[in-house]
Design a protein around this ligand. Structure first.
Ligand SMILES: *C/C=C(C)/C=C/C=C(C)/C=C/C1=C(C)CCCC1(C)C
Length: 246
């Protein structure tokens, strides 16, 4: 009988030069470990920060479950698990937008800011999926549309409304917002590189030598776990300050 635990006991043969398989395996472990860490540390903080840490835990937990399936898919079929990949992203990237809102809420962030970021991220991911999985012949065009949505997100958080709110909040919130902005500008820019490595187009000569899944897996580890740690750090700093004044 086959069930979701089967791969555990089959112990699939992993070739020593299977870098994609290796990064799926390590990525799965890292996401699990990060989830346990965020879930357990959640209760060390007061209510204001608990939700943010919980969302960090959910992001890495959702990724851990998808990595579990992607790892298995890769060993079974030897293909990119594009479907699982995008289901993971469509759940976790909007949650990262929620994180921006949550840390700026105290400074007066409105829900509309959160929905705008979520909307843009969904456009970015759905058009990316079309280019990668449905209309591969026009991958460059869908990638371009996706890239425009990505740049609007970058603009909003670096220079738009979110930035103003972060400045009003000041202190640790402003510092954390800055770091998260860098994650989106540099860390998220890893993904278009993976996309260009894995789809046909004029850019094949530049990125064709890279393994798309390795690039995506590195991006996920940096962005999901790193993002969570920035929030965790903010909660630690903000909570210790609150305790001093009590
Ligand atoms: C945890 C997962 C994260 C943070 C995923 C982020 C994904 C992106 C920023 C993807 C962006 C893309 C483009 C900007 C253009 C090409 C298509 C995509 C979807 C790979």
């Amino acid at each position: 009988m086959k069930n979701f635990l089967t791969p555990l006991f089959l112990s699939p043969e992993i070739a020593t030069d299977d870098y994609v398989g290796f990064t799926f395996f390590v990525g799965c472990m890292a996401m699990m470990a990060a989830s346990v860490f965020f879930f357990f540390s959640m209760n060390n903080f007061d209510k204001k920060w608990k939700t943010s840490i919980l969302v960090s835990a959910l992001i890495t937990f959702i990724a851990a479950v998808h990595y579990w399936y992607m790892r298995d898919y890769w060993y079974t079929h030897g293909n990119s698990p594009t479907f699982f990949r995008y289901v993971d992203w469509i759940l976790t990237v909007p949650l990262m937008c929620v994180e921006f809102y949550l840390i700026l809420k105290a400074a007066g962030a409105k829900k509309s800011l959160m929905w705008r970021l979520i909307f843009l991220s969904v456009i970015m991911l759905v058009t990316g999926y079309f280019g990668e999985a449905v209309y591969r012949d026009q991958a460059w065009l869908w990638g371009l549309v996706s890239g425009v949505a990505y740049f609007v997100i970058v603009y909003d958080i670096w220079l738009g409304r979110a930035k103003k709110l972060a400045q009003e909040a000041g202190g640790a919130v402003l510092a954390a917002h800055k770091t998260l902005c860098w994650f989106v500008l540099v860390g998220w820019a890893i993904y278009p590189i993976g996309y260009m490595a894995g789809t046909p187009g004029w850019y094949e000569g530049i990125f064709g030598g890279l393994a798309m899944d390795v690039v995506y897996n590195i991006g996920d580890a940096i962005n999901k776990i790193g993002f969570g740690l920035v929030i965790y750090n903010l909660a630690v700093i903000a909570s210790s300050k609150e305790n001093v004044t009590v």
